[in-house]
Every structure is written in C-alpha cells, then in structure tokens.
Design a protein around this ligand. Structure first.
Ligand code: HDD
Length: 704
C-alpha cells in the first residue's frame, strides 16, 4: 500500500528496520556465522561460558515482555489523520482545530478487563484513545465507546477495576464481568447504575471497532484566545453507523476468532476501506454550567443531544496499519493529562484523578521517564527542555547547560511568555472552599439518566439488556448480591427489574438494600435525595436501531455458500450487486484450493465450512448450481444458515437453491429472500442495510 508521508509517518519510518537481504548480526552489528549451534567443547560436549553471541540472543529474549496495561491491556491500533472542518476559532485557540488543518493521529481501541491475549468479543467497555500529533505538541483524547463511567471519583478506580478483573484467589473469570466480585461492587454503588445498563446493552459487544461511537466522557473546557472558557463534551460518530453483534454470537466468535475486531480493523485498512469518524462537540457556555437538572462535572451523566446538539468539527480517517505491534501499539502511551493550548480540564473529580495515573503507569510500564522519546510517542514539533538522563535516554542534548535560567546557553530553551509566543495556559478560574473529602449532592441522582438510557432503547434492545443482566446475575453465586442489584434495577425501571427478576426467580425489592443505602450515605448523608425533573425522558441518539431508509452495507462480509459445480452466473450476479454497494462477498466451500464452476472455470477458495463460522458474517447467499445437492448433505452448511437465521441476519437463496432453506429451520420470513419471490439482489441489499431483522428474534428462535 502506498504510504502517505506525513511528519508522524516520517518520524516512525526513520526507525523502521528492514532485514531484507541483510546478513544477521548480533545487537552490536557483528555478523553471525551460525545461528543454529551454541559453542560447545566437542560437538557432543558441554556449552562454553564464552558464547557471547548466544548470551546476547537469550538476554534479549528473556526480557522481551513488559508489564501489560493494568486496564485496557487488550488493544489494536492504527495510524491516520484528522482534518478540522469547521470554524470554531471563537471558542478555542487549539491550533489543530483550525478549519482545514490536517493532523496525524494514532488510535488505539481496547477492551478494559481482559488480559492482553483475551478475546476481542468480551462484554466490556471499549477504549477509544486518540493521539493527535499537533504542531503545538501531542494531545490525547482518551475516551471510551460508552459516554458515562461507573464511578464519580477517581479514588474508587482501583476498586472498580479490582472488582471486575479476575478474582484474586483463582484468577477467574477472564475478560468477563459475570462474577460475584463485580456485581458485589456495582450493587453497593448506586452511582454505577447508569453505566451498568450501557455495559449490559449491545454497546458492549460491537460488530466492529469501526462501527462504534467514541466519547471523551468527561466535560472538558475549550479556551479561546481571549481566555474565555466554554465547556465541551467530545463525540466520535462512525461513518459506518453503530452496530453490535448478538450475545450468543459474541460468545461463539470468541471461540472461532478471538482476534475478530483486531482482524476486522487490520483487513479494512489493508483493503483500503479506511474507517472514518466525525468529531462532534457539545458546547456549553461557561455561564450555563449550573443550568441542567444534572451536574456537568459528574462523569455518570450525559448531556442529551436534544439539550445541546452535537456539532461536527472534523473527520478522522484511519489509513495505515502499524509496521510493528509492539513498537507502536503496545508502546503507545496515552494520557488524558496531555493537553494542548486551547483545551483544559474541568473539575470532574474522575478526570482530575486520571491526570496522575496515566503518567505514573507509563513510567512503570515503559521502564522510566524517557518513554516520550519512543517513536510512537514523540511530538512531531520536537521537544526542548532541560530534562536529562534516565533509563534509555535517546536524545543527545547539545551544549553544557541543562538548567533555566541560564546565560551560557543563550537563555535557551526559553519559555513562551518571554517572546510573546503561544504556550500552554491554564484557563483562569476562581476557586474557593474548604479542603474536604466530600461529594456534592448535585451528584446524588443515580437513576434518572439510567432510566433515560433504558427508555431510549427499542424493545429489542431493551430485551438484550434484560437478557444480559439475567446472564450476568445468574452467574453470580451469592443470592444477596443478585437481590441487591435487582433492587437497584427496580429504581431504574420496573419492567427491567421484574423481567430480570423473573429470570432469576426473584421478586425485586421496592427500595434499595440497606447495605447499598449505607454506602450511598457515606457520600450523601441525606441519601436518597429528591432528583430534579429531567429535561428529556427519551433521546433518539442513544438507540442503535437503524432508522428506515438509513444504513449502509459498506465493508459488510457476505458468505457465499458454495461447493463444486456452483453456477458462476448465479455467483457473479450477486457479487456484482454487492460490490457496487461496497460489501465484501466471501466464497465458502468444503475445502481450500480450487473451486470448479458449473459453466467451467475455477475460483480460489480461502474459506471453508471447517475454518469459518457463520457468526463471522453479516449475511448469507446460497447460489444455484450442482452445488445445491452437495450442500443439502452438508451439516456444516445447514448449521451456517440456521445460525445466520437465529442471529437475525439476511439470507438469500437463488432460485435453484430455495429448497435448501427447508433443510434447516428456515421458513418464508422477514429477511429471508427467495429469488422466485422478487428482486433477489435489491431485496437482499435492502434487508442488509437494517443490520439485523430484529422482528425475527422475538419469537422465532431456532436451535443452532
Ligand atoms: Fe483509564 C488506560 C479510558 C478512567 C487509569 N483508560 C485507559 C485507556 C483508555 C482509558 C481508553 C487505554 C489507553 C490505551 O489505549 O493505551 N479511563 C478511560 C476513561 C475513563 C478512565 C474513558 C473515565 C472516563 N482511568 C480512569 C481513571 C483512572 C484511570 C479514573 C485512574 C485514576 N486508565 C488508567 C491507567 C491506564 C488507563 C491505569 C492503564 C494503561 C494506561 O493507563 O496507559 O492509568
């Protein structure tokens, strides 16, 4: 793929090593004569202490691992660019947000709880970290795909993470929240109610990293040239829409392809299907800080788009895969404390705590304070200061002055104020108050927005939330925990609580559990506090259901279920129609290698019923031909289409293949397209655009 040489790419390319046509060397560049045999006394004799070449190799190998991230260990990264498309210069002086400016970015998506090698399809929040290499230094927007957080104060962060991670005695379960310690914690923290509904919704099992929203979560501040503050919430809106898999699918994908999301992102970029997101902002004038029924500093709250619309200010395109996973994705150090002029923190107590944690963790994980010098972390505008030495220092500072002020070095590097240049200036803010460890009662309404989210979902999405809570709480062994969580759900929505209760054989209690109340009163002595009337009770933007007439099938994978003797004409007709819409047909047959067509000629097969699973595809097409008789006898084929049906995906059958539907549990139904009944290709594409045919899910489950 042709590479675009932006300054970040150049900075990385300068460090890329290509071994092609090179002789192997030691780490000191000494050519290695024999890389197979250690040095021995006689060819059957003991190894010699003087084998420096062997030690050089083993010493490096023994130290190849670094600590994985304590959270968000599992991640996938990509390079790209961000282009600012709107004039917001009256709101922020941030240079990279000036209309028309193009800034290199590196993005890392992650799950939170699982270890580095865990499955991509865990039910979990996804991290959405973006490093902007701006001309005024690096800016990191370190967000998630869910706009709220479990806790309100950073003091509880290690606790929530300990609760969700595998339990400390037996280190189980991996990459899963469905266990006692997590729900014990959540059921004692009513502030987690809102986020827990998001995590139990389809948002936590995205179809693709390319099909999820991103959020800065906290309220931040924009500062303009005159020093005026505007509060801001950041949103990433995916051009491919927001979509999920079903939970049953997620569990199966984890077995078939634990790298499902990583592969999908990698392949899309290699194929030139560059994923894109628009960056949106919600702007709140400083004077309106206290205007809402909730506190904008509370990270368990969203600002509904109906109250403050999202304005699009730029577009991000991911167009280049990393050369090397470790050097780039693993060593990328993100830090929400890394701001550029024009952007500032708010007083959100969760955000304030993050300002310490990331710097500290990078120092530990990347082995000392010079991690900024790794190619992936270097600012492209250069770094100039008097910091020096430390493990693995790479920059070679010229001259004999490394202090300020100095006269010997001409007073350099000088600070921006000395020459009237732009430097980072914190927005002015009057601060008053006693030193206290307390929480504002404006943070005490834990259920109104949880309800807003649940009420904004379609009935099918609500059903998924109910099923997810039922699954997770069924896995909890301690019944007291189940009851406590049910009591919380009952504060959010009666239907939610009673439906989950039915599945657990429990009747939800009317009020919160005394233990939950006791903990809540440690933060708010008068808890529960009468909530303010919310401005909106439903927000359309929160549902992921595709609206009629919307939706795209760009980059969707369609399984063409074939075998030798399939009709080329029947394959090509559908292939052409799908490719025109940007979808990706994939031929699946009983073995890899050559597939012969009915009309003569061959195709190369890469995917088989053996290696691939129905859950990895978005839709299914069975063309006609002599293949039909073979498929009728192939249980793996029948499993493919049954499962596709169960997961509410569109299925199309060419005229001569329609009888195959009867071999499975599939009948004439929504999203099941028979060529004899209409326009095969157009109907198929229309159904695929909906992403799923949810109406089929409610009462037409089939075994698979
Ligand atoms: Fe965090 C990593 C997102 C709260 C402490 N966090 C990390 C990553 C993301 C987030 C996306 C992965 C970065 C990467 O790709 O390398 N974290 C969030 C969001 C939060 C949040 C959206 C709340 C709104 N985090 C949070 C708090 C603390 C931390 C309150 C501690 C006080 N987070 C960390 C960390 C990590 C991290 C321990 C682990 C690895 C790393 O930083 O680089 O410092």
């Amino acid at each position: 793929m042709k590479k675009k040489k932006n300054s970040e790419v150049k900075q990385i390319d300068d460090h890329v090593v290509d071994n092609k046509d090179r002789v192997m060397t030691t780490n000191d560049g000494v050519p290695v004569f024999d890389n197979n045999n250690t040095l021995k006394a006689g060819n059957r004799g003991p190894s010699l202490q003087q084998d420096h070449i062997f030690f050089d190799k083993l010493m490096h190998f023994d130290r190849e691992r670094i600590p994985e991230r304590v959270v968000h260990a599992r991640g996938s990264g990509a390079h790209g660019t961000f282009e600012a498309t709107a004039d917001i210069s009256s709101i922020t002086s941030a240079n990279f947000l000036k209309k028309g400016t193009v800034t290199p970015v590196f993005v890392r998506f992650s799950t939170v709880a699982g270890f580095k090698g865990s499955t991509d399809l865990a039910r979990d929040v996804r991290g959405f970290s973006v490093k902007f290499y701006t001309q005024e230094g690096n800016y990191d927007l370190v967000g998630n795909n869910i706009p709220v957080f479990f806790i309100q104060d950073a003091m509880n962060f290690p606790d929530v993470v300990h609760a969700v991670k595998p339990e400390p005695n037996n280190e189980m379960p991996q990459a899963a929240s469905a266990h006692d310690t997590f729900w014990d914690f959540i059921s004692l923290m009513p502030e987690a109610a809102h986020m827990s509904i998001w995590v139990m919704s389809d948002r936590a099992i995205p179809r693709s990293l390319r099909m999820m929203e991103g959020f800065g979560v906290h309220t931040f501040k924009f500062i303009n040239e005159a020093g005026k503050t505007t509060f801001v919430k950041f949103h990433w809106k995916p051009r491919l829409g927001k979509h999920a898999v079903a939970w049953n699918e997620a569990q199966k994908i984890s077995g078939f392809d634990a790298d499902f999301h990583r592969r999908d992102l990698w392949d899309a970029i290699e194929n030139g299907d560059f994923p894109q997101w628009d960056l949106g902002v919600q702007l709140i004038p400083e004077e309106d800080e206290m205007k809402f029924s909730f506190d904008i500093l509370d990270p368990t709250k969203i600002i509904p788009e109906e109250l403050v619309p999202v304005q699009i200010i730029g577009t991000m395109t991911l167009n280049r895969n990393p050369e090397n996973f470790f050097a780039e994705t693993e060593q990328a150090a993100f830090d929400p404390g890394r701001l550029v002029p024009g952007i500032d923190f708010s007083d959100d107590p969760l955000l304030q705590g993050r300002i310490f944690s990331y710097m500290d963790t990078q120092n530990y994980r990347l082995g000392g304070p010079n991690f900024h010098e790794l190619p992936i972390n270097r600012p492209i505008n250069g770094k100039h200061n008097n910091q020096k030495d430390g493990f693995a220092r790479m920059d070679i500072l010229k001259g004999n002055t490394s202090y300020f002020p100095n006269s010997q070095g001409g007073g350099c590097p000088y600070h921006a104020m000395l020459k009237g240049e732009v430097g980072y200036e914190t927005g002015k803010q009057e601060v008053q108050g006693n030193k206290v460890r307390e929480r504002s009662d404006s943070f005490a309404d834990h259920f109104t927005q949880a309800r807003l989210y649940f009420n904004s979902l379609s009935p099918e999405e609500q059903d998924h939330v109910i099923n997810a809570f039922s699954f997770e709480l069924s896995k909890v062994k301690n019944e007291d925990i189940r009851k406590r969580e049910l009591a919380i759900l009952n504060q959010v929505d009666k239907h939610l609580a009673s439906s989950v209760g039915d599945n657990l054989g429990l009747t939800p209690a009317k009020s919160l559990d005394p233990l939950t109340l006791q903990f809540a009163r440690q933060n708010h002595p008068n808890y529960p506090i009468q909530p303010k009337k919310p401005e909106v009770e439903r927000s359309e933007a929160l549902s992921m259901k595709v609206k009629p007439g919307e939706g795209t099938i760009v980059s969707r994978k369609v399984a063409f279920l074939v075998d030798n003797g399939v009709s080329k004409a029947s394959v090509d007709k559908m292939k052409k129609a799908l490719e025109k819409e940007g979808a990706m047909p994939v031929l699946i047959s009983s073995k890899v290698g050559k597939l012969t067509f009915k009309e003569g000629g061959e195709a190369e097969i890469q995917h088989t019923y053996l290696t691939d699973a129905s859950v990895a595809f978005d839709a299914f097409y069975t063309p006609e031909g002599d293949s039909v008789a073979k498929l009728a006898k192939n249980p793996d084929y029948v499993q493919f289409i049954n499962e596709g049906f169960r997961h509410c995906k569109a299925l199309a059958f060419a005229k001569g293949a329609e009888e195959l539907a009867a071999k499975s549990f599939i009948e004439k139904d929504a999203g099941v397209i028979f060529e004899s009944a209409g326009d095969l290709t157009a109907d198929f594409i229309e159904q695929m655009k909906q992403h799923r045919i949810w109406e089929r899910e409610m009462d037409r489950k089939v075994p698979s």
